[in-house]
Design a protein around this ligand. Structure first.
Ligand code: FAD
Length: 288
């Protein structure tokens, strides 16, 4: 098994306590040498300022390559591009470009008047700006709004044709799901990197709800295993094992990069990374 390169996803904090937790997560995981870290943009565009501040702070104080998520929700084209240009001015030229989820309780995505109609339009506009590395979302279990798995892959191809450099996937439970998707993408003529998104499961009930909402299929054996582990109070052990095995299978199948959804909780991601041989990078001067 080769040592993978990792990237890490955080969400912006909404309270002082959450800010400390985010910073603790950054400090715990930064020594693992991620190729980049990213900060999400709340559903419905609800965390615009918080995302901007979190990205700027992490970029400035951690020295890590930092990516900002950006969506098409609730903003005009000009407003969205102004945010992107402000990121660039602050030295942040990595964007995760998404159509985005609408605010909770609303019925599906409705483009804002004067706003981007879909993710491809956003990607094209960012590409025209000329200075961004653009990453996009991909869905090994199929996005719930896609007409079929084939249509979903074709849409991902459109996003690459529009200028995306790399895709980060939604989380999934079995390596086979990713390999099937990777094969379908290759068949559709996609030759850019597709990086598996990995969710270390800190909270089984929350992860199950999230999987159901975003169309991630949960195998029966995972449900049985977590229910037994919950009963016996050993969820963390199970979560670490399941996640490590998934990553190990992916690496055995030729995957070289993994994107971790940390949920601002560093422990499980750290433990899985250690098990995969991704350990703190120590300079030779510290060893001598
Ligand atoms: P798209 O790829 O544009 O659309 C999703 C699917 O719908 C497509 O694959 C396609 O099958 C179908 N589709 C959409 N438009 C069309 C069309 N015009 N014609 C045909 N088919 C179409 N959400 C947030 O709000 N904030 C975040 O920070 C955030 N970060 C994310 C990070 C990652 C790595 C991932 C995978 C998802 C993230 N999401 C985030 C969730 C994402 O916003 C939702 O999944 C959203 O519903 C789709 O966004 P997208 O850009 O992937 O959509």
């Amino acid at each position: 098994m080769n040592r993978p390169e990792i990237s890490l996803e955080f969400f912006p904090p909404k309270s002082l306590e959450a800010s400390f937790r985010l910073w603790d997560t950054v400090q715990t995981l930064a020594p693992l040498g991620p190729r980049f870290v990213s900060v999400t943009y709340g559903a419905g565009g609800t965390t615009r300022e918080l995302t901007r501040d979190a990205v700027a702070t992490i970029h400035k104080h951690s020295g890590l390559r930092t990516a900002a998520h950006l969506t098409c929700v609730d903003a005009t084209r000009e407003e969205t591009l102004t945010i992107a240009r402000d990121f660039a001015k602050a030295g942040v030229t990595d964007i995760v470009a998404l159509r985005g989820d609408p605010p909770k309780g609303s019925n599906g995505f409705v483009p804002t008047e004067g706003g981007f109609q879909n993710s491809c339009e956003l990607i094209e506009a960012l590409k025209d700006e000329g200075n961004f590395t653009i990453r996009v979302g991909a869905y090994p279990d199929k996005h719930p709004e896609a007409a079929s798995a084939t249509a979903d892959v074709e849409y991902l191809k459109r996003k690459f044709d529009a200028g995306a450099d790399e895709a980060l996937t939604q989380f999934f439970f079995e390596a086979e799901t990713f390999f099937r998707f990777r094969d379908a993408c290759e068949k559709a003529g996609i030759d850019k990197p597709i990086v598996p998104g990995i969710l270390p499961i800190e909270n089984w009930k929350g992860a199950r709800r999230f999987a159901e909402a975003c169309g991630t299929k949960i195998p029966a054996w995972v449900i049985d295993a977590f229910e037994a582990a919950e009963r016996d109070g050993r969820q963390d052990l199970l979560a670490t094992t399941i996640c490590t095995e998934l990553c190990s299978d992916l690496l055995d199948g030729g995957v070289e990069q993994l994107h971790f959804y940390t949920l601002n909780r560093p422990e499980l991601t750290r433990d899985v990374c250690y098990a995969l041989g991704v350990t703190p990078q120590t300079g030779l001067e510290n060893v001598a």
